[in-house]
Design a protein around this ligand. Structure first.
Ligand SMILES: [Zn+2]
Length: 256
């Protein structure tokens, strides 16, 4: 099917160095896949119904289903749970929380499934930790710290061998993605980052706006859901200075 495949623009446009290092490693991994069976689409930016956008790091189309890959370029030790909202990264510099990438990728998969009008069984989620890190908790086998062992990546791909996408459907999927994807221009990337920032300020439980609150006894500030007491979602209150530092460390890029 190479002719049709070449018509897809394989946008490899990244706006920061940290991203670049990670992406190149994954590109290297993907280059070992059999090209007759696996077709990779990178940095897929898709529109959401609410006007926002979602960015999928890598999609691998194959007769055995659609692999949807979220990459995390983190260092240190990673602690998480399949159903937890927040996971933890521990480095010599400190401890950081980040949104559960399994949930994040499920959101990507649902977006893609809606776009393609396909059931979820066609999709295989993969979370790749590509930095120098080690997962320290038990997680599903599709969460892979591949800097330690790249075999785990290929083993997972090879474990999915149930034939489910014929040539006709394959072409239809490619055509639909090609018709709907947003071009990887700097302007569109910036718009996407703005949308991600907007999401970060909403309630993690119900997506309502957050208000600043103060713990009576300690005077500590936090952000609470405006629907309290009906919703008890909270966020850490971050002052401007800390926020700037966090933006520098690129946490935002990895949220969506
Ligand atoms: Zn809420």
């Amino acid at each position: 099917m190479p002719d049709l495949l070449l018509s897809l623009d394989d946008g490899f446009l990244l706006n920061n160095i940290k991203g670049d290092i990670g992406e190149i490693t994954v590109h290297h991994l993907l280059s070992y896949l059999n090209k007759d069976c696996y077709f990779c689409i990178n940095n897929l930016l898709l529109p959401l119904k609410n006007g926002g956008t979602t960015q999928i790091d890598h999609v691998i189309l194959s007769p055995y289903g659609i692999f949807v890959i979220e990459t995390k370029n983190y260092q240190g030790f990673i602690f998480g749970g399949e159903h937890a909202n927040q996971w933890t990264q521990k480095t010599y510099r400190g401890t950081y929380q980040f949104y559960n990438p399994i949930k994040q990728n499920n959101h990507h998969i649902r977006t893609l499934a809606n776009l393609l009008s396909l059931e979820l069984r066609y999709f295989h989620s993969m979370i790749l930790f590509i930095g120098e890190c080690e997962i320290k908790t038990t997680l599903p086998n599709y969460v892979i710290d591949c800097c330690l062992n790249t075999d785990k990546f290929f083993e997972y791909i090879d474990s999915k061998k149930e034939f489910m996408i014929n040539q006709e459907l394959f072409k239809k999927i490619l055509q639909t993605i090609s018709n709907h994807r947003i071009k990887n221009t700097t302007e569109n990337q910036n718009k996407h980052q703005e949308y991600v920032k907007h999401l970060q300020n909403l309630c993690p439980k119900c997506q309502s706006t957050m208000v600043k609150r103060i713990v009576k006894n300690t005077g500590k500030k936090f952000l609470g859901c405006s629907r309290f007491p009906y919703c008890r979602g909270t966020r850490q209150f971050i002052d401007k200075e800390t926020q700037n530092q966090q933006e520098l460390s690129n946490l935002i890029k990895y949220l969506l």
